[in-house]
Design a protein around this ligand. Structure first.
Ligand SMILES: NC(=O)c1ccc[n+]([C@@H]2O[C@H](COP(=O)([O-])OP(=O)(O)OC[C@H]3O[C@@H](n4cnc5c(N)ncnc54)[C@H](OP(=O)(O)O)[C@@H]3O)[C@@H](O)[C@H]2O)c1
Length: 333
């Protein structure tokens, strides 16, 4: 028997989440039985979609329950195994999330291949769910062609930074937005043609129009709201929109008004398509192969922002909504 700290949801956020919505609890972790594995998490992920699960409504994933430990992606090391295929020291990913250690049946774990030139926690970011989201959403829905112009919002985040760099690899002109000058500098250093600080640029539509006066062929949306309206305005005929997320609306208490220019979807023959990454799970082998190749060739890089300690997980999560992260937001356990 050992102990583990975990984070529970104690109240549903009204608007932006606060520390008061969470509590840290200590629980006993039993010894693993037959077919079970004891795992000590090394990193856990906080992700914007978790905000949706804090609201009590039906969605593609069920809501978190009050008083229960929060779930989410994590990686960790096997401490003790009574299951075939898992040995002490193996690197595994799980979906038990906001806790230091746990016992689970082997079927609930995935063994990960450690990579020489990539840290383990990359499997929560650039090589994990956010990376696949950017890769699949851009390539399958955006269908970018060489010479086209791709616009990505939230460009310096976990998903957006992958999108921006893959669009460059595919020979596109890239315009990306981010919420600080430092994030924009990082994007430019990664080859992004036009990085716009949406907080300080003044009129966002003017800034995008100045950057790419001929318009955009692909929009990868992480932000929604004004960004989406600007993208519709700047879209060229037959532009493709990959609707990945709309973080600017996640903390809205009242439904936000839609883009005022939706009528242009008709005249410009726009294809606007939402998606959830699980739809593209079958692309994972090709995704990992491509990403490892681009990383080895120096064509794709990533950032991470790390909070230390499970008790800091709420701060890391809340920080997503104020731009506290460059690249993937992680908690080291
Ligand atoms: N469809 C799917 O399957 C799927 C999967 C994963 C993620 N997503 C979505 O993809 C988007 C990005 O996720 P991520 O994990 O990569 O997060 P992230 O971009 O790494 O982190 C969130 C970022 O959003 C920006 N942001 C926060 N509030 C904003 C606002 N009001 N207006 C504009 N920007 C704001 C902040 O950056 P700035 O400093 O730039 O403001 C913040 O750093 C989210 O919308 C998420 O829900 C969808």
């Amino acid at each position: 028997m050992s102990q583990s700290r975990e984070i529970r949801l104690v109240s549903r956020p009204a608007g932006t989440p606060t520390a008061a919505n969470f509590e840290t609890a200590t629980v006993e972790v039993k010894a693993p039985g037959a077919g079970e594995v004891l795992v000590r998490n090394t990193f856990m992920s906080v992700d914007p979609y978790m905000r949706g699960r804090m609201t009590d409504r039906a969605s593609y994933v069920p809501p978190f329950q009050i008083g229960e430990v929060l779930q989410g992606g994590a990686i960790g090391e096997v401490v003790e195994s009574h299951a075939e295929g898992f040995a002490k020291g193996d690197l595994v990913s799980s979906f038990f999330g906001w806790r230091e250690s746990f016992v689970a049946p082997a079927a609930a774990l995935e063994k990960l291949p450690r990579q020489a030139n990539v840290p383990d926690q990359a499997f929560l970011g650039v090589l994990g769910m956010p990376g696949l989201t950017g890769y699949a959403g851009l390539l399958e829905i955006g269908q970018p062609k060489e010479g086209e112009t791709v616009f990505v919002s939230g460009g310096a985040g976990a998903v957006g930074s992958v999108v921006a760099q893959i669009a460059k690899i595919k020979g596109c002109t890239v315009v990306a937005t981010a919420g600080s000058d430092a994030k924009c500098d990082w994007l430019r250093a990664r080859g992004v043609d036009h990085a716009i600080n949406y907080r300080t640029c003044g009129n966002l539509l003017d800034a995008v129009r100045t950057a790419v006066p001929k318009g955009i062929d692909v929009y990868f949306d992480n932000v929604g709201g004004e960004h989406l309206e600007v993208a519709i305005e700047m879209a060229r005929p037959f532009a493709r929109f990959a609707e990945c997320g709309m973080i600017s609306n996640y903390n809205d208490v009242e439904a936000a008004p839609g883009p005022r220019n939706v009528i242009q979807i008709v005249g410009k023959s726009l294809r606007i398509r939402g998606f959830i990454v699980s739809e593209f799970a079958a692309m994972r082998p090709q995704f990992l192969k491509d990403m490892m190749g681009w990383i080895a060739d120096g064509k794709l890089a990533w950032e991470e922002t790390i909070f230390d300690g499970v008790d800091k997980a709420p701060d890391a999560f809340i920080g997503l909504f104020s731009g506290g992260n460059t690249g993937k937001m992680l908690v080291r356990l």
